[in-house]
Design a protein around this ligand. Structure first.
Ligand code: G3H
Ligand code: 13P
Ligand code: ZN
Length: 287
């Protein structure tokens, strides 16, 4: 059942658990995410990026997610979300397609520019009943920080700025940077829990954590206690899919020409990876 991301996030926030927002780029990953959620009785968010839209076509992937959710898993709340939208144009494009939730990511811009661009996006979206996630501070990517110790201070979300930013933009949710990084990059030795706690005290909106695909249960519990109610997961899914595919092609001695067999096996690997995350985040049994 297609449900608004806003509702899924607000329920998670009230219930003190987190949901997963899982990135998809094809049929198999989409099916695996929603099937895993269904078997775990969990709400779920399925999201795509601009690169995925360019790969699949925006309407094709949107309607694929919608059809899988509506026709095959009508009892499970499924939110569809644009991840890391970087311009008002892309937000307008997905609004026309039917998305009711977007991320506007101005985190690479100066504070004032991020604030004014986010505000424009929120103004556009409010009129169309679309909820917005913004990012303040910035969650680096593997290529940006490499394997060495990064200067984490320059990436972190400033709690006072966050309060002003949310008030002035009216964003519905906020992605925060507390030492987390996209991909399986080297992260800050310990996430800045005190900073997250402060941000959570100042804001009364859902807080999202990107780049925590590789976090184990201890860290996950600590941040849920301090207000994180959604984790974005992409790398863990990509690895589950590609590693399984590589094994299928390498280990069989004879390569199967039945793409349904090799992709079906990769789909199962993703389903298992998603189930593990759902259990870790505590959204099992919440649908
Ligand atoms: O943060 C989002 C993704 O992990 C990067 O995804 O390669 O589809 O832009 P992308
Ligand atoms: P990971 O790279 O840790 O999976 O993070 C994904 C993400 O933040 C997508 O927006
Ligand atoms: Zn991200």
């Amino acid at each position: 059942m297609i449900t608004s991301v806003k509702e899924i996030l607000n329920k998670a926030k009230e219930g003190h658990y987190a949901v997963g927002a899982f990135n998809t780029a094809n049929l198999e990953v989409t099916q695996a995410i929603i099937k895993a959620a269904s078997e775990m009785h969990s709400p779920v968010i399925v999201q795509i990026t601009e690169k995925t839209m360019n790969y699949t076509g925006g309407r094709a992937i949107f309607n694929l997610i919608k059809n899988v959710a509506e026709f095959y898993y009508p009892k499970i709340p499924v939110g569809i979300h644009l991840d890391h939208g970087k311009s008002l144009e892309i937000i307008q494009r997905v609004a026309d397609i039917g998305f009711n939730s977007v991320m506007y990511d101005g985190s690479r811009d100066k504070y004032d520019d991020n604030l004014s661009a986010t505000k424009k996006v929120v103004d556009f979206c409010k009129k169309r009943n679309i909820s917005v996630q913004a990012e303040l501070g910035s969650v680096p990517y593997f290529g940006e920080i490499g394997l060495e110790d990064a200067d984490w201070d320059k990436y972190m979300t400033n709690p006072n700025q966050a309060e002003e930013f949310v008030e002035m933009t009216g964003t519905d949710a906020l992605a925060v940077a507390i030492g987390n990084a996209h991909g399986f990059a080297k992260e800050r030795e310990t996430p800045d829990y005190a900073r997250l706690e402060m941000i959570n005290k100042k804001l009364n909106i859902p807080l999202i954590l990107h780049g925590a695909s590789d976090w184990e249960s201890g860290r996950v519990e600590e941040v849920i206690k301090r207000g994180i109610c959604c984790f974005n997961v992409d790398t863990a899914i990509r690895l589950a899919f590609v590693n399984n595919l590589a094994n299928s092609l390498k280990n069989k001695g004879e390569i199967s020409f039945d793409i349904r067999k090799v992709l079906g096996s990769a789909r199962e690997a993703v389903e298992n990876a998603v189930k593990e995350k759902i259990k870790l985040f505590g959204s099992d049994g919440k649908a």
